[in-house]
Write a protein that binds this ligand. Sequence first.
Ligand code: CLF
Ligand code: SF4
Length: 297
Amino acid sequence: QLSHLPENIRAKVQNHPCYSEEAHHYFARMHVAVAPACNIQCHYCNRKYDCANESRPGVVSEVLTPEQAVKKVKAVAAAIPQMSVLGIAGPGDPLANPKRTFDTFRMLSEQAPDIKLCVSTNGLALPECVEELAKHNIDHVTITINCVDPEIGAKIYPWIYWNNKRIRGVKAAKILIEQQQKGLEMLVARGILVKVNSVMIPGVNDEHLKEVSKIVKAKGAFLHNVMPLIAEPEHGTFYGVMGQRSPEPEELQDLQDACAGDMNMMRHCRQCRADAVGMLGEDRGDEFTLDKIESME
Ligand code: CLF
Ligand code: SF4
């Protein structure tokens, strides 16, 4: 499956469980929830849970300081030898918490240099962070891109927080889209692998995601991951409360198939929590809570 890739790219994906379907049978990832704040609002988000950039709404993650996160990564790496990747994916937006996120990356690159670092973002603050991401040798960045049309974006994002102001509607969506696309181009120009996540929202962006897939592929994104909206009203999201439905499994698969003509698609995503630990689909986070780690010392 990886044999068609150039050697330098194969080296980056062969032990990353999300970027290589093959690798997810052999390698594990963990997330540390160091990033509580967010700079936008998505209608599918419930901030009581984890960021739906990547994460399944579930239980609130225990937010860690960078120091606590490093301790946790070391404890998990010692206990789970397949652990190859550390991702920061929430519970808010990692790049809206640059100090916490980059302190964690810096300490890990010094203290655990064998672990690959990975990050997922809504993209609003991405262009200003590309330099720093490259400095920490981050080879894998996920951008959640749900649209390239601000009119559609306005139905997904009620507001963004930008230059110390709250901006709403089409204007806000336009800025977010521009930042995401600019960030994507800057990462590709530096040889950083970009995965694009899109949340499929029936009746809002489902048809439109085919165009998104074409555009991000043309700009050099490595992988596209179309994920289903999780809209159960009990999660208290705006969409859930407004009766927006989630896609049926067949609808999701049809859309993934339609995009696949243009793009490498990820089909093994498990919509991990912001504090997930273990193989994809496995969550061993409860074995590594802070009090348990501290009692191991
Ligand atoms: Fe985590 Fe995301 Fe990195 Fe993977 S998860 S930050 S790229 S290390 Fe993977 Fe989980 Fe799907 Fe994300 S299965 S939600 S795609
Ligand atoms: Fe919520 Fe994530 Fe959207 Fe921020 S980017 S509003 S944390 S889903």
